[in-house]
Design a protein around this ligand. Structure first.
Ligand SMILES: Cc1cc2nc3c(=O)[nH]c(=O)nc-3n(C[C@H](O)[C@H](O)[C@H](O)COP(=O)(O)OP(=O)(O)OC[C@H]3O[C@@H](n4cnc5c(N)ncnc54)[C@H](O)[C@@H]3O)c2cc1C
Length: 463
């Protein structure tokens, strides 16, 4: 079991380097780049960064690290938001970005096979040539391996699902170097335990994913976007949850509070009214999207919605979602010198308005600047809370505040994380949410797959 920081000695560095044809770095800038993600978590340093080119190399490196008790943190694009890639116990950062081949696109089966280091924008560029797209869209240009490992979701989840629904099969390497294949390229499978979905969301703690078979979709004939403002966030949230319940097949439904809109206007040169706002997208036939937009318009009027604007213009639609995906950076730009902690709670949609209200009531008792936005149709919302990196005590206090909110959300039947994962920041919340008995089952699984606890130690649960 890894319990203290591991720094590699000269022999280990040389032996590992030989396994990957020299692609091992100990340069300060490379170590720095692999020591943090995009969260407020305190960065660390791996002892070395190892670049792998194929599954055989991953297998050799893991077998070596297992024998030598060296911690291994898989690294995709480093865009995660819970300190996931911070090497808390040193060891190596295993960088998969060279494994970026799109192996096979199969339009007839609506699937694609990719190496784990492929980034989602590159995949979508290639798929577009076949009239296809991959739906899961976290705001960052993450790798598919990282997205599978965190069970990422995004703005289209309401219609197309999260990574859990869209990963069909995996190749992965266990801590001892054993290569396993999970799942099949079929729409249904009922053969044995579902190891694919065990690995999806395992945050690099059970295995290193090297190849993924993903479900893809045909690009819709028509896409339309709509924007509508509300006098209060509660009105907007209630309108959105009503729309979801009526079964209108919305493809995206996002809410942003007035502060988020103000930040987007400044960052992306938009001219949106600075009020609580919902963004929608509709996919279908030209008449279908028009009917869906009209049905939404009728519902939002019941909830005091105003300034309903909709468009089928491709440029305007793209601009709107580009801005939405920039919300994280817009927030940083509005708070220079600060760092943001993003909460990620989700509740059953009937409790969403209440959950947002609870979060804001607690946050309003403290001096920290925050804004709220979320994937409203999934009952998932983020509070981006700013603190001063030069005053570490602020981050500690913000973590206490978010834990207080989390406890109330769990009480409401919700979860501490809808899509970002546990990382190192929500280990206690996981126990509160699932109970110690369930965490003990997870620990048993971890020990059977990674007996020496070398894979991303200090994440998901304590060592
Ligand atoms: C602006 C912004 C917006 C975002 N919006 C969203 C959003 O809407 N929804 C959402 O879900 N997330 C969002 N995120 C978070 C982030 O993009 C996701 O968590 C993403 O899935 C991380 O992918 P990555 O390639 O960057 O992984 P990394 O950050 O490199 O790694 C994440 C975790 O996965 C593990 N890992 C990486 N690759 C592998 C592998 N091949 N095998 C096994 N384990 C691996 C790592 O060890 C680590 O624990 C956002 C982040 C930013 C910065």
């Amino acid at each position: 079991m890894i319990t203290t920081r591991v720094d590699l000695n000269e022999r280990q560095l040389a032996e590992l380097k030989a396994l990957v044809d020299g692609r091992l770095s100990t340069s300060e800038s490379v170590l720095e780049q692999h020591g943090h993600d995009e969260s407020a978590a305190v960065p660390g340093r791996p002892s070395a960064v190892v670049m792998v080119n194929n599954v055989e190399e991953v297998s050799k490196v893991l077998a070596y690290c297992n024998k030598e008790l060296i911690p291994v943190v898989a690294f995709g694009a480093g865009t995660s938001l819970e300190g996931h890639v911070v090497p808390l116990y040193g060891g190596i950062s295993l960088d998969l970005s060279n494994m970026n081949k799109i192996i096979e696109i199969r339009p007839d089966d609506l699937l694609v096979r990719v190496e784990a280091g492929v980034q989602r924008n590159a995949l979508n560029d290639k798929l577009a040539n076949h009239g296809l797209f991959f739906s899961v869209d976290p705001g960052a240009d993450a790798t598919l391996g990282g997205m599978a490992a965190t069970c990422a979701a995004g703005t289209t989840t309401v219609r197309y699902g999260t990574m859990r629904e869209n990963v069909m099969a995996l190749t992965a390497v266990l801590a001892d170097g054993t290569i396993i294949r999970t799942g099949r390229e079929t729409r249904k499978q009922s053969a044995g335990y579902d190891l694919t979905r065990l690995l999806v969301g395992s945050e690099g703690t059970l295995a290193v994913i090297t190849e993924i078979t993903l479900r893809v979709f045909g690009i819709p004939e028509k896409m339309a976007a709509a924007v509508v403002c509300f006098p209060s966030l509660a009105d907007g949230v209630l309108a959105a949850t009503t729309i979801v319940r009526t079964g209108i097949p919305i493809a995206r439904c996002e809410f942003l509070d007035a502060k988020s809109i103000r930040n987007l206007n400044a960052y992306d040169h938009m001219t949106l009214s600075e009020l609580p706002t919902l963004f929608f997208e509709f996919h279908g036939s030209p008449t279908g999207v028009e009917e869906d937009a009209q049905a939404v318009k009728e519902i939002i009027e019941e909830f005091n919605g105003s300034e309903f604007k909709w468009t089928t213009d491709e440029g305007e639609r793209r601009k709107l979602w580009h801005a939405r995906h920039n919300a994280h950076w817009a927030n940083f730009a509005a708070n220079p010198g600060k760092r943001g902690l993003s909460t990620d709670m989700a509740v059953p949609i009937s409790r969403l308005a209440e959950a947002v209200d609870v979060a804001m009531r607690i946050l309003d008792q403290h001096p920290y600047e925050y804004s709220v936005l979320g994937h409203v149709a999934d009952g998932n919302f983020h509070c981006a809370i700013m603190s001063d990196p030069l005053k570490p005590e602020e981050l500690i206090e913000v973590r206490h505040i978010t834990h207080e909110i989390t406890l109330e959300i769990i009480e409401m039947g919700g979860t501490c994380t809808g899509e970002h994962g546990i990382g190192s920041g929500k280990i206690t919340a996981l126990v509160e949410e699932t109970g110690q008995a369930a965490v003990d089952v997870m620990r048993g699984i971890k020990l059977s797959m990674d007996p020496h606890w070398i894979l991303n130690p200090g994440k998901v649960m304590s060592n």
